[in-house]
Design a protein around this ligand. Structure first.
Ligand code: UDP
Ligand code: MG
Length: 150
């Protein structure tokens, strides 16, 4: 099983989309194994987005992410990383397909509602930034036997 890091960004929290987003991922069959509600401070935002530190949009991205509480989550499932990236849609909500979270709920690229890790490597790195191992739960979803073929 794979794990991925997902974060409802401040605009998603303000717009009351946390419940909807959790429901979407739960309905897909993914398993929620960690969650926390928090307003992020600069060091962790820099760490989270380290590949973007020198990009022209970084100052506005940082201000946006630090602008209010976010909902941090760890989700588990077979191919969880690529599944969640497909469910959230393209980075620019105007290009994201209808039916995806960004496609359904966003307009501007700088207010795109949600983050999800883009590879297994980033997932491990991002999970470790935000969660202690002890804060991630291990359990079996009772419907796993009918969600997975094997
Ligand atoms: N972003 C932005 N302007 C840009 C590109 C990205 O404001 O031109 C923001 C946007 O919030 C995006 C985040 O920076 O989600 C990280 O960018 P990335 O290219 O990693 O997109 P993602 O992995 O979130 O789809
Ligand atoms: Mg990214």
């Amino acid at each position: 099983m794979d794990r991925t890091f997902v974060m409802v960004k401040p605009d998603g929290v303000q717009r009351g989309l946390v419940g909807h987003i959790v429901s979407r991922l739960e309905a897909k069959g993914l398993k929620l194994v960690g969650a926390r509600f928090e307003t992020l401070l600069e060091p962790r935002v820099n760490d989270q987005y380290k590949e973007h530190l020198e990009k022209p949009f970084y100052p506005s991205l940082k201000k946006y992410i630090m602008g209010g509480p976010v909902f941090l989550m760890v989700w588990e499932g077979r191919n969880a990383v690529s599944i969640v990236r497909k469910l959230i849609g393209a980075t620019n909500p105007q290009e994201a397909a209808p039916g995806t979270i960004r496609g359904d709920f966003g307009i501007d690229i700088g207010r795109n509602v949600i983050h999800a890790s883009d590879s297994n490597e980033s997932a491990s790195r991002e999970i470790a930034i935000h969660f202690k191992t002890a804060d991630i739960s291990s359990y079996t979803r009772i419907d796993a036997a009918v969600i997975y073929e094997y």
